[in-house]
Design a protein around this ligand. Sequence first.
Ligand code: NDP
Ligand SMILES: CCCCCCC/C=C/C=O
Length: 329
Amino acid sequence: MVIAKAWVLKKHFDGFPKTSDFDLKTIELPNLKDGELLLESVFLSVDPYMRPYSQWQMKEGDIMIGTQVARIVESKNPAFTVGAFVVGNKGWTTHFISDGKDLQHLPSSWPESLPKSLALGTVGMPGLTAYFGLLEVCKMKPGETVLVNAAAGAVGSVVGQLAKIGGCKVVGCAGSDDKVTYLKKLGFDEAFNYKTVKSLDEALRKASPDGYDCFFDNVGGEFASVAINQMKKYGRIAICGAISQYNDSVPQKGPYVQFPMIFKELQMEGFLVSRWNDRRKEGLQALLKWVVEGKVKYHEQVTEGFENMPMAFIGMLKGENLGKAIVKV
Ligand SMILES: NC(=O)C1=CN([C@@H]2O[C@H](COP(=O)(O)OP(=O)(O)OC[C@H]3O[C@@H](n4cnc5c(N)ncnc54)[C@H](OP(=O)(O)O)[C@@H]3O)[C@@H](O)[C@H]2O)C=CC1
Ligand SMILES: CCCCCCC/C=C/C=O
C-alpha cells in the first residue's frame, strides 16, 4: 500500500498567503484497478495562477491545485510503461493514481540531457503562454518594440527571448538588479529594476523613446496604468497576468484605460493559454527546438523537498525566483 503526502488548503488565503494556510496530510492510496497506473511526483510547479484559482475553484480541505512531472512506478495500463515520465495535473501530492487520460507524455524528441522539470516551465505551460501570447495576441512583427514585465520569470523570460528571435527590440522590467543582469545575458536590449527607478514613466521612456508596439503584461495594476500611456498608435497589449493584484483584499482603483485606448487606437486582449490546447504540440515542439539549439535559455529556481512547497509558492509570489519556480520532491 502506498501512502501519499499532500498539501491541502487549510484556510482560504486572505491577502498574501501564509504557511499556516496550508496543511500536510497523508492519504492511503488503494490498489490499482485494471487500466490504472501509480505515479510519483518528481518535480512540482508553483505558479501565480494558484493564488486566484484557489479562491474560485477550491474549498478549504482540498488538495492544492497544480501540475507535476511524475514517474510511473506501477502500471496496469498497456499504454504506459513503468519508468516513463509524464506531466500530470493532480495537485500538490507526492503520489497519485490515474487512468492515463489526464496525463501528457513529454515530447518524444526530449533529449536525455535536458532536465525534465522544463516540462513545467520553458517547454511547458509558461513557455506556451509566451509563445501564443506573443504570436496570437500581440501579433508581434519584426522591427517592433516589445515591453514585458515580470521579465525574469517563467513566462517573461521566454517572451523576451522569443521576441528577439522574432526580430523585435525588447525591453524588460524585473524586481532586482540580479534579475536585470540576467535579462541582459538573455539578450534583452534594455532592462531595468522597476523597484529602484525614480520614475517608471521616465525609465520606460528612456528605454524606448518612440514608445511600444507590443506590451506583454504579466503584472497589471500601477505598472500597466503607466505603461499604457507609452504605447504607440495601434499598439497591442496582451493581458496575460495581474500578479500585482492577486493578493489584494480590497480591489485597486483606476486610472482607467479609455483615453489611451481611444486616442492611440489600441487593442487590449486578455487570454488564457488553454485557448490553444489544440496547438499544444506545435508550441512545445517549437520551444523544445529553440532550447536544444541554445536559442532559448532557461533558469530554474529549484526548492528541494516536498515539505517546502508552501514556502516555494510564497517565495515565488514575493519575487524570490529567477526563472521558473520548481519544487524537487
Ligand atoms: N494567461 C495565462 O494563460 C497565464 C498567465 N500567467 C501569468 O503570467 C504572469 C507570470 O507568471 P510566471 O511567469 O509563472 O511567474 P514568474 O515566474 O514571473 O513569478 C512571478 C513574478 O512576479 C513578479 N511579481 C510578484 N509580485 C509583483 C508585483 N506586485 N509587481 C510586479 N511584479 C511582481 C515577481 O518578479 P519581480 O522580481 O520581477 O517582481 C515574481 O518573480 C503571472 O501574472 C501569471 O498569473 C501565467 C501562465 C499562464
Ligand atoms: C493545468 C494548469 C492550469 C493552467 C492555468 C493557466 C492559466 C493561468 C492564468 C493566470 O495565471
